[in-house]
Write a protein that binds this ligand. Structure first.
Ligand SMILES: [Zn+2]
Length: 243
């Protein structure tokens, strides 16, 4: 099968609502414009992203945060033209690269059968000033789980044989884009989609409203910085693995 014949189906696997907008929304909007169906998978329930400084962190408050963040993620998806989103609802802040999570991701990979997958890096980048917030332990766990699900589990019939019983045949992901990786080898020009990216990010009101101007400026600066090396005005960067 040539590149042109690959189904235009992509999946974005992230730990939290808003992760995809920060790291990849410009790429997602570019792909959607190019006719790709993009599906989001959010591994956690987003319950750890309530208001800063609050002492009300009980079950009712958490349920409210979860509901709010799902509505916000849906709004961001609508702005970007993302087809649908799946929340796996693991507890925010406690994500582990467990066999259960890997199985859940394999199930989705085999159901949606994406040609391209975007996921976070399982590895830390120690040189970056941003390494602590960006490399939240949930992000690392989501990255490790996504890559373990892609290879070998999704393509190996011997892994999770129960999924074969569900009628889900093995699937090979051809093109992997890892966000925040220690080694970068690919950039996507987001000059035409930066405004849409920021609009989608702004939909995460509970997370960004208080300091959106600063985020807007910081992301434009960072996108310009990332594009420099690739001769692009504005870019999102990845470690890309084509198979
Ligand atoms: Zn996150």
């Amino acid at each position: 099968m040539t590149d042109q014949e690959q189904p235009k189906v992509a999946m974005v696997i992230m730990a939290h609502p808003d992760d995809a907008e920060f790291g990849s929304a410009g790429t997602v909007a570019t792909w959607v414009a190019d006719g790709w169906d993009v599906h989001y998978v959010v591994c956690t329930d987003g319950s750890g992203g309530g208001p800063d400084g609050t002492s009300d962190v009980g079950p009712a408050a958490r349920q409210k945060v979860i509901a709010t963040r799902k509505v916000e993620q849906r709004a961001a998806c609508d702005i970007l033209g993302v087809k649908d989103m799946v929340f796996l609802d693991y507890t925010d802040g406690q994500l582990q690269p467990s066999i259960e999570l890997r199985r859940d991701l394999v199930r989705l990979l085999r159901q949606y059968r994406p040609t391209r997958v975007i996921c976070p890096s399982p590895d830390r980048v120690w040189e970056q000033v941003l390494s602590i917030p960006r490399q939240h332990s949930d992000h690392l766990a989501a990255g490790q789980s996504a890559l373990s699900a892609i290879y070998p589990a999704s393509q190996n019939p011997w892994d999770f044989p129960e999924l074969l019983q569900e009628g889900l045949k093995p699937h090979i992901v051809k093109d992997i884009y890892i966000v925040g990786a220690p080694m970068i080898n690919y950039a996507v020009d987001i000059s035409a989609t930066i405004d849409r990216k920021l609009k989608a990010l702004r939909a995460h009101t509970s997370q960004v409203a208080a300091h959106f101007d600063e985020i807007d400026r910081m992301l434009r600066e960072r996108s310009a910085e990332m594009g420099k090396e690739y001769g692009m005005p504005l870019a999102e960067i990845y470690h890309r693995i084509e198979r």
